[in-house]
Design a protein around this ligand. Structure first.
Ligand code: PGA
Length: 239
């Protein structure tokens, strides 16, 4: 695992945006999985500025996860967050990206659709994820198998309560659909993004605890090219 520590969220976002733009410059046909959440929003906004004029015509973007039952236009959906902050500002054509449909009445086929896309592309070049306070990665909750490709998960109470911050009104959340940890393990590059003191404990546990499905984020210890992009507050116990 390589750890890069930025001074604060602003600098973390600058660094991440530059990394992603350089990555695409070096691999113009890259297949990338992008996380939602509050942490990456500023990086996406900065990438939308840095990436102006870059050729995205061969890039494929895939959304990391969705809440089951939440429409794509909801402000808390992965699609909304990534589209509004990155894809729309860069005018990326819709054929270059896809997200899970959290409203689908056939979630198994949604999983198959995204799995097949990733396999057709020869696996992921890059996956960028955030981390939940319980160590979840995407919506791979504690006890998610490292052998899972895309799958549906039952959400823990903490994910349901913290998840309310993405919505303007109380929203019932019970399940998620997510890219699984096996795709992450098979990706060429896996980036974990964390900012702020509230993430400091879980980052320390991610780095120091024994690799286990009980703490999904320890999957990063297993990855051959794992990058942790942190700010000083999130990194406080790593030094
Ligand atoms: P956050 O979400 O960026 O809003 O903290 C991270 C996550 O739960 O994956």
């Amino acid at each position: 695992m390589q750890i890069h520590i930025s001074k604060n969220h602003e600098e973390l976002s600058d660094f991440t945006a530059q990394y992603l733009v350089d990555f695409i410059k070096n691999k113009p046909n890259a297949t990338l999985v992008l996380t939602s959440g509050d942490t990456p929003k500023l990086a996406y906004q900065k990438m939308a500025v840095l990436g102006k004029g870059l050729d995205f015509s061969q890039v494929t973007f895939i959304g990391l996860d969705e809440w089951i039952g939440i429409p794509p236009e909801s402000e808390g959906s992965c699609r909304y967050i990534v589209e509004e902050n990155l894809l729309k500002p860069l005018q990326i054509p819709s054929q270059n990206y896809t997200f899970f449909d959290g409203l689908s009445d056939n979630l198994a086929s949604e999983c198959t659709r995204i799995d097949q896309l990733i396999f057709e592309k020869g696996g992921l070049d890059l996956i960028i994820v955030g981390i939940g306070l319980n160590g979840h990665i995407g919506l791979n909750e504690p006890h998610s198998s490292f052998e899972n490709y895309c799958h549906v998960s039952d959400l823990e109470e903490i994910t349901i309560s913290v998840g309310q911050k993405y919505f303007t009104q109380a929203t019932p959340l019970t399940q998620g659909i997510t890219v699984g940890l096996k795709h992450l393990l098979e990706a060429q590059t896996a980036i974990l993004l964390a900012s702020g003191s509230k993430k400091a404990d879980i980052i320390q546990r991610t780095i120091t605890e024994e690799i286990s499905e009980v703490l999904p984020s320890t999957v990063f210890q297993k990855h051959h090219n794992a990058l942790l992009f942190l700010d000083e507050e999130a990194a406080i116990y790593t030094k």
